[in-house]
Design a protein around this ligand. Structure first.
Ligand code: TYD
Length: 206
């Protein structure tokens, strides 16, 4: 059995990550892949409990360090108990947000340091990194209109979310790992086609 394929989908709020993760999962299933569609923070029972703390808007005094460590803790559980076992049995894993979300939100926008935060997640996951990352790029004003909830991260200031958007662009531009940046302001079907084409290219190269 060959090792599975690990795909991460990243971007700011309202970029359409969950829609496009689902559509990609359906596409890969239609090609015969066993697909594990998951998301962060969360994905396992323990990580979902940590998610509830992280997104609880009634918590108004969470230090940035606590936030960074909880995202890393949820990721450690998710990587060990769900993602790695799935890859080991040859499945294709699609993860809605992963390490780059911590690098953008906690490392860049919270100002904790992009290298420090990346290293924390690499340590927490035993260096489990995606084979391919899709960055869905929408300026914050566009994404804001699609934001639904009022969780503890969503209610951060507009400046915070604009800096997250810029951070993702910087991360993508500097990344040494295979990735694509897709303009997600165009119609959904066009975004889905670009996502599919990118993954077809990844599959063809394996
Ligand atoms: P979620 O409802 O999953 O957001 P979205 O639908 O935008 O993906 O909530 C996750 C929130 O947590 C989102 O605001 C991004 C933030 N986040 C971080 O700050 N750091 C991280 O490492 C991850 C995975 C998410």
């Amino acid at each position: 059995m060959t090792y599975g394929l690990f795909i991460a989908i990243e971007g700011g709020e309202g970029a359409g990550k969950s829609t496009h993760s689902k559509r990609l999962a359906e596409y890969l299933e239609s090609l015969g892949h066993e697909v594990v569609l998951t998301r962060e923070p969360g994905g396992t029972p323990t990580a979902e409990k940590i998610r509830n703390i992280l997104l609880d808007p009634s918590i108004t005094d969470m230090p940035d360090y606590t936030e960074a460590l909880l995202f890393a803790a949820s990721r450690a559980d998710h990587a060990a108990n769900l993602i790695r076992p799935a890859l080991e049995r040859g499945a294709t894993v699609i993860c809605d947000r992963y390490i780059d979300s911590s690098v953008a939100y906690q490392g860049a926008s919270r100002g904790l340091g992009v290298e420090k935060i990346r290293e924390l997640s690499l340590w927490a996951t035993g260096n489990l990194i995606p084979d391919f990352t899709i960055y869905l790029d929408v300026p914050h004003e566009a994404g804001e209109q699609r934001m639904e909830g009022t969780d503890r991260m969503e209610i951060q200031s507009r400046d915070f979310h604009e800096s997250v958007h810029q951070a993702f662009r910087d991360i993508a531009a500097a990344s040494p790992h295979p990735n694509i940046v897709i303009d997600a302001t165009v119609p959904k079907d066009e975004v889905a086609t670009q996502v599919r084409n990118a993954i077809d290219g990844v599959l063809a190269s394996r």
